[in-house]
Structure formats: structure tokens, C-alpha cells
Design a protein around this ligand. Structure first.
Ligand SMILES: Cc1ncc(COP(=O)(O)O)c(C=O)c1O
Length: 312
């Protein structure tokens, strides 16, 4: 089959194959089962020179200057000013490499440098060179994590990281996990898992087959907990908010009172969201006491650790 393909490509009497082979610097196209691979979309020399020009800009502006205390955390501009400066119009014809490189510089210049030593936020901890190179590699390879065949290395890496995290948490009996794009999505997964645990029929029968479900969370929790309730059809009115003490920790006695209230109302209490590192105060809810209440009332206990310096 390879010979047939080569004949087709080298047949310059065909207008299509002549135009595919023409521009210098392009890899020769290959026909496989009637599909052109290595085709004209990529001029390999142009691509290489662009990458070679872009990398020093990234290193200088987004790595070195962005982590240098003498430089600014951000070159702040109002939205109106920034729109003018960036010229965000999407043009049909594309742009030259020098123009795109200038856009790279501008994108970095006017962005907030989250790795800067003066950027203080609970979700960031500076720039880590090893993670950065890891991200360069994953971006260059651009894998999906859905099967071993597509991402063998990263799938095994995910398993190894989850195994280590489960060890750190101390789950003797083992456990499972998933990489998630952030805290909000993790909280939503948690509500879904808790609901499935209590009402496995939901998967097939849907919400109409369920009793009124009630979940609990402290007044200091992240708003994504209520958002998860809204997205999953629980309803924000069915998120019972538990008062916190003056240090921002959920008050266990108040939690138990609210569980009893839901039961008295004929609803099905099914989960609590406890927070280990609240968004504003960094408070840790009393996990042991909350766990005891969960055991007494058969509730799923989720711990949201997205806001603290420890990330799970
Ligand atoms: C405690 C807590 N949970 C969840 C989130 C949401 O995380 P993300 O922004 O990654 O969705 C945050 C974000 O600040 C948080 O502090």
C-alpha cells in the first residue's frame, strides 16, 4: 500500500498533489487510505522558527521577569484601555510571525504574574520549574486522559499520584480518585457521588424518582457548593447552611440540629460538605466531630480542600 501511496503523491500531473508537494520547507505529504497526512497545513521550517523565537520571550517575560521581585506583579490597565492596547479583532487573513510574537509579549506583559513573590493568594505558591516543564511537555503532546492507549505515561502518572495522596490521607483500605480541573468541579463530583451512593436509581430514573434531598455546608464554605446543588437539580433551598464560630469553623451541634430538622420535614439528608481551609479565613471545620455525626445519621462526608495550601 505504501508504494501505491507514493505513486499517487509523486504524480505531479495531478494538480492537487503538485500543490501539496510545492512549498519549500514542508514535509512531503503521504497518502494513507486516501487521506493526506503531513499535508500542507504545517510548514515545518516556519513552525520551527516561530517556536525558536517564542521560547526566549516566554522564558524572559513569563518566567524570569514574572518571578523577579523588582518587576511588577501586573501592568494594570482598565478593560477599555486594554482592549485598545491588545487589538483583539479576529481577522480572516491571520498575522505575520513578528506580529504574533508582539502579541505574545503583550499577553504576558498585561497579565497578572501569579508566580511573582509579591502575588499573595491562597491558591498559588510561586512558580515551580519542574511543574512548568511538565506542563510544557503535556501541552506539546496534548494528550487526553481517557484511555491507556491514548496517554500511557500520563495515565500511569495519574494512578501513582492518586495512590500517594490516598497514602498521605491514610486510607488503609485504599480508595480512588480523579484529577479534576479545580475545586468547583471537584465539589460538584462530590455531590454527584454522594447522591449516587444514597440513590443509585438516579442514574436511570432521574430526579423525579427521588425524595427531597438535603445537604449541609457551613456559612464559610465556597459558593461552588451551592452551585453544585443548582447544577445537579438538588436546589439551593435544599442546601442547609450551618453557622460557623468566630474563627470560621462549622459548629457541629448546629449541624446535627439541621440534620434533625431535615428529617422532621420528611426530607432525605444525604451529605455534608466540610471545608479544610475556607476561602476567606482558612479555617478547618472540625472533621472528626462532623464525621461522628455523619456516622450517626448515615450521611456522606465530603471534605473540600481546594482553598488551603494543601490541595486535594
Ligand atoms: C474552599 C474552596 N473550595 C472551592 C474553590 C473553587 O475552586 P476553583 O476556583 O478551582 O473552582 C475555592 C476557590 O477559591 C475554595 O477556596
Amino acid at each position: 500500500m505504501a508504494q501505491t501511496n507514493e505513486r499517487q503523491i509523486n504524480d505531479t500531473s495531478s494538480k492537487a498533489s503538485a500543490s501539496l508537494a510545492e512549498p519549500k520547507g514542508k514535509r512531503p505529504p503521504v497518502l494513507v487510505d486516501g487521506v493526506t497526512l503531513n499535508g500542507p497545513t504545517l510548514d515545518i521550517r516556519e513552525a520551527e522558527s516561530f517556536l525558536r523565537d517564542a521560547m526566549p520571550i516566554i522564558m524572559e517575560e513569563a518566567v524570569w521577569k514574572a518571578t523577579d521581585i523588582k518587576e511588577k506583579v501586573c501592568e494594570w490597565r482598565s478593560p477599555e484601555q486594554l482592549k485598545d492596547l491588545l487589538d483583539l479583532e479576529l481577522r480572516e487573513g491571520g498575522e505575520t510571525h513578528p506580529q504574533i510574537l508582539q502579541r505574545c509579549r503583550d499577553a504576558i506583559r498585561y497579565s497578572v504574574k501569579t508566580g511573582h513573590p509579591l502575588f499573595f493568594n491562597q491558591l498559588y505558591a510561586g512558580m515551580d520549574p519542574y511543574s512548568l516543564v511538565g506542563r510544557f511537555i503535556t501541552e506539546a503532546i496534548n494528550p487526553s486522559l481517557y484511555t491507556y492507549e491514548v496517554a500511557p505515561v500520563f495515565l500511569l502518572t495519574e494512578e501513582a499520584v492518586l495512590k500517594k495522596m490516598i497514602e498521605i490521607i491514610g486510607w488503609q483500605e485504599g480508595g480512588d480518585g480523579i484529577f479534576s480541573p479545580g475545586g468547583s468541579v471537584s465539589n460538584m463530583y462530590a455531590v454527584n457521588v454522594a447522591r449516587y451512593h444514597h440513590c443509585p436509581d438516579v442514574k436511570v430514573l432521574g430526579l423525579s424518582a427521588l425524595p427531597r434531598l438535603v445537604m449541609f455546608t457551613s456559612q464559610e464554605c465556597h459558593y461552588s457548593v451551592a452551585k453544585a446543588a443548582a447544577f445537579l437539580g438538588i436546589g439551593t433551598n435544599n442546601v442547609y447552611v450551618i453557622p460557623s464560630d468566630k474563627r470560621g469553623k462549622m459548629i457541629p451541634a448546629e449541624f446535627e440540629k439541621q440534620v434533625q430538622r431535615a428529617k422532621d420535614e420528611g426530607a432525605l439528608p444525604f451529605m455534608v460538605n466540610a471545608t479544610a481551609g475556607t476561602t476567606v479565613l482558612g479555617a478547618f471545620d472540625p472533621l472528626e466531630e462532623i464525621a461522628d455525626i455523619c456516622e450517626r445519621h448515615n450521611l456522606w462526608m465530603h471534605v473540600d480542600v481546594s482553598g488551603s495550601s494543601l490541595k486535594i
